[in-house]
Design a binder for this molecule. Structure first.
Ligand SMILES: [Zn+2]
Length: 74
């Protein structure tokens, strides 16, 4: 992973902010962590724009393992 992967672009941030707050809260609290074997909250995350989705990459709140979540954004 190069350094640029960890940067939240303004465009990605705007797309993320366009999602209702309630839904965003739900999304960040329902990320699968392989280490915890369950749904956890993602913290210290950055947002990237993919073709038809946003990609959140960050850390598990419980164990600090790297976790990621794809959010459909059509
Ligand atoms: Zn975890």
């Amino acid at each position: 992973m190069n350094k640029a992967d960890n940067v939240t672009s303004l465009k990605a941030l705007q797309a993320w902010k366009s999602i209702p707050q309630q839904l965003r809260d739900k999304l960040v609290r329902n990320v699968f962590c392989g280490n915890c074997s369950g749904a956890v909250e993602i913290v210290d995350y950055s947002i990237r724009e993919e073709k038809h989705a946003l990609l959140l990459t960050g850390k598990c709140r419980t164990c600090a393992s790297p976790v990621a979540r794809v959010v459909e954004n059509d």
